[in-house]
Design a protein around this ligand. Structure first.
Ligand code: PLP
Length: 423
């Protein structure tokens, strides 16, 4: 697989290099040189998830990663069921993995790829988290050989359940509760990446969300969604994507470019609505990020957006075909309640996607909205909005009583540096 840097087309890398490197020069994103349509999409849709995904990714990767099928089997160990919530309305549940969010798909596949392309050299993954990403990264890399994971988070500023989910693992996962804010954690990580000597000594890698391997993994569950729709409805499928950094949408669009029958996509955001405003008014005008109920989408400068534009450009598609709308917290609460009355328990991110979708579906169209997290992951708000007591699913319940293994640290780079070198 050949990829080029969107900001500088002369920088070209293979898949292995893109996985190791993450970003190109000038912080440019890597983009596939070619996305050729698959030969027999109907035939593929008849196959099970893991087998089908191996065929799709083999088509994209060419002769790289001979062990690809095994990596996919290691990563995709949980299903993505499509659940009907009304006539012509379906939820694609992407939260049945170990950390109960769709990020498990991309995180787990990236961990497998990174291990496979690192030639047995030691890698240290260093990442800062305000909750979700840390959990997905920790679980994805847990127990993998030659990989050390260090996760920084602001002490006392993430939910107790979140903390239990990734700070009780031990083994190759080390967690650090920093006496500061999330921004302090991020600044410490940045300082570490600026330290060339340290970088080399411990094989520093960020495993962050712009890594191309994540997107490729996510392409696979769009095929899984269509595969589960009744055959007669496939030609009318419309997919609504709750979006923050727009990686999820990018993956859906790549699936369409590969020949998946999707009539159109709809972007759904919270009050951080840079993209819906851009599509309606034509100005790229990010505003200060605001905190919302759907906090995983609190992003006003989405880092995958250049990939979306690049794909529309190379395919000759019109951005006008992309539906988009936003919902504020008031509307989110209301949507969550209506969906619950309809018999489906959701959480704020999925509820926004559903609401935007149902208000834009035409007759005959069949809507699929992506449910990106388990309702229990947002238990506090879901319980209070719906007046219920959401049950904890096994991955959370199992860890709720385990002891936290985190170390405490002040916002002090030399302390972090020593800690990293001590591994
Ligand atoms: C990360 C996340 C999103 C946003 O996905 P993007 O790919 O960044 O657009 C939506 N919902 C949940 C629950 C998330 O964790």
């Amino acid at each position: 697989m050949k990829l080029y840097n969107i900001k500088d087309h002369s920088e070209q890398v293979d898949f292995a290099q893109a996985v190791k490197q993450g970003l190109g020069r000038e912080q440019g994103l890597f983009f596939p040189e070619q996305i050729a349509p698959l030969a027999d999409v109907d035939g593929l849709l008849a196959k099970p998830l893991v087998e089908r995904s191996a065929i799709i990714l083999r088509h994209l990767l060419g002769d790289e990663l001979p062990e690809l099928a095994q990596l996919i089997a290691n990563a995709f160990t949980f299903p993505a069921p499509l659940v009907q919530v009304a006539e012509n309305q379906y939820a694609l549940e992407l939260f049945h993995g170990p950390t109960l969010a769709f990020k498990d798909f991309g995180g787990r596949f990236m961990a497998q790829c990174l291990t496979a392309v690192s030639d047995g050299k030691k890698i240290t993954i260093l990442t800062a988290t305000s909750g979700d990403t840390g959990a997905a990264v920790a679980h994805a890399f847990y127990g993998l050989p030659n990989i050390e994971v260090v996760i920084l988070y602001p002490k006392g500023k993430i939910s107790p359940l979140q903390e239990k989910l990734f700070c009780t693992l031990g083994g190759n996962i080390r967690t650090v509760a920093v006496n500061g804010a999330f921004d302090d954690c991020q600044a410490l990580v940045k300082q570490a990446f600026d330290d060339e000597e340290l970088k080399l000594a411990i094989g520093l890698n960020s495993a962050n969300s712009i890594n191309i391997s994540r997107l490729l993994a996510q392409v696979c569950y769009y095929f899984e969604a269509i595969a589960q729709l009744p055959v007669t409805k496939r030609a009318e499928a419309v997919i609504a994507v709750p979006s923050g950094n727009f990686g999820n949408l990018t993956a859906g669009l790549i699936a369409k470019a590969l020949g998946l029958p999707v009539k159109r996509f709809i972007v759904a955001t919270n009050a951080n609505d840079t993209v819906p405003r851009y599509l309606q008014e034509g100005h790229w005008d990010p505003q200060a990020t605001v905190a919302t109920l759907s906090n995983a989408m609190d992003v006003s400068r989405p880092n995958n957006w250049p990939r979306v534009e690049e794909l529309f450009r190379v395919k000759g598609w019109s951005l006008k075909a992309l539906g988009a709308a936003s919902r504020d917290d008031e509307q989110t609460r209301d949507a969550l309640q209506r969906l619950y009355q309809q018999g489906y328990l959701c959480e704020p991110h999925g509820a926004i996607a559903w609401d935007v979708m149902q208000s834009s579906l035409c007759d005959q169209e069949c809507g699929v909205f992506l449910c990106t997290a388990h309702p229990a992951k947002f238990k506090e708000s879901v319980d209070s909005i719906l007046g219920i007591d959401v049950e904890l699913p096994a991955p959370l319940a199992e860890r709720a009583d385990l002891a936290l293994l985190s170390e405490e640290m002040d916002v002090d780079f030399s302390a972090l540096r020593d800690y990293l070198l001590r591994a």
